[in-house]
Design a protein around this ligand. Structure first.
Ligand SMILES: Cc1ncc(C[n+]2csc(CCOP(=O)(O)OP(=O)(O)O)c2C)c(N)n1
Ligand code: SF4
Ligand SMILES: [Mg+2]
Length: 270
């Protein structure tokens, strides 16, 4: 990793926005050890955001940014929804796609970057809501998975269309009553993890969703929200790694071990 791409010409440094100056002087970019411990200290890991106060997605967003292995060579693809409000605050190249189109955009982008920058890894990461990923964009999501396109899809599953006031989503739980779906959901939550596995996944992670919309104005609402999430029960952290990905990770760990012991040996001989 390097900061090569975000340097400021010396003569113009003082007239650049302070956020850009901070990015160049203090950002975690270029540091191999960057990670979750930098959240809250480093400006580019989202100092401020425009989500609702207390929205858990803001924290998830920060951890995702902190865990990107190659931030200067990463492009994130967003889609309309609550998550898209955050992208203007993000110090990573990003594209806002039309609602639902995100995996199609990412497919073309990843392929184009591979041709344009041979020999250099350019990462593409989609981050979109459940409505964008599973309802309106499901065709594009699945087609990109079937084709085994080489990018990551992250779905923030808050189990409804939050940004437009709370309409029913495919990932919403059966029977759930939302502000703009007063009759309650009549069919089961779409089994997205199973569909991902069936489509040839290599790595899959599940987190707890947030359902703030149903009760942000009252204590009863907060209890309702807590009950709905069933902490530790319905959505405990789960991780699935395919055999292919396990072999890749084991190989990488082995190489890292060899590199470290060579470094240690060289240090001892110096
Ligand atoms: C093509 C298109 N269709 C519909 C909309 C209206 N729209 C904006 S956000 C949204 C729902 C987003 O839901 P989700 O993807 O779950 O994201 P969330 O807001 O819950 O994070 C919809 C339907 C739009 N902007 N563009
Ligand atoms: S509506 Fe929900 S998901 Fe959207 S910003 Fe507010 S709390 Fe977060
Ligand atoms: Mg949603």
């Amino acid at each position: 990793m390097s900061k090569e791409q975000i340097q400021i010409c010396e003569e113009f440094f003082d007239i650049m926005p302070p956020e850009y100056q901070a990015l160049v002087t203090n950002a975690t970019w270029g540091q191999e050890s960057r990670g979750w411990k930098d959240v809250g200290i480093k400006k580019e890991l989202i100092e401020q955001h425009s989500l609702c106060a207390g929205c858990p997605e803001s924290m998830a967003f920060r951890y995702i940014l902190a865990s990107l292995p190659n931030p200067e060579d990463t492009v994130m693809v967003g889609s309309t929804g609550c998550t898209s409000l955050v992208f203007p605050h993000v110090g990573i190249h990003n594209i806002h796609s039309l609602f639902g189109n995100q995996n199609a955009i990412a497919s073309g982008l990843k392929r184009a970057l591979t041709v344009r920058f041979p020999g250099r890894i350019k990462d593409v990461v989609v981050l979109a809501g459940d409505g964008a990923t599973v309802d309106i964009g499901l065709d594009y999501t699945l087609q990109s998975w079937f084709r085994q396109e080489k990018f990551t899809t992250i779905c923030f599953d808050n189990e409804l269309y939050a940004n437009t006031g709370g309409q029913e989503s495919g990932l919403m739980q059966k029977g759930f009553v939302a502000k703009m779906a007063p009759l309650g959901k009549t069919f089961d939550k779409v089994r997205l993890p199973e569909i991902a596995k069936e489509s040839g996944w290599t790595y899959l992670q599940l987190y707890t969703p947030c359902i703030l919309e149903i009760g942000k104005n009252s204590m009863e609402g907060l209890q309702e929200m807590r009950d709905s999430e069933k902490p530790g029960e319905r959505f405990a952290f789960k991780e699935y790694i395919s055999d292919e990905a396990k072999a890749f990770l084991a190989d990488r760990a082995e190489k890292e071990k060899t590199r470290k012991s060579a470094e240690k040996e060289a240090l001892a001989q110096a």
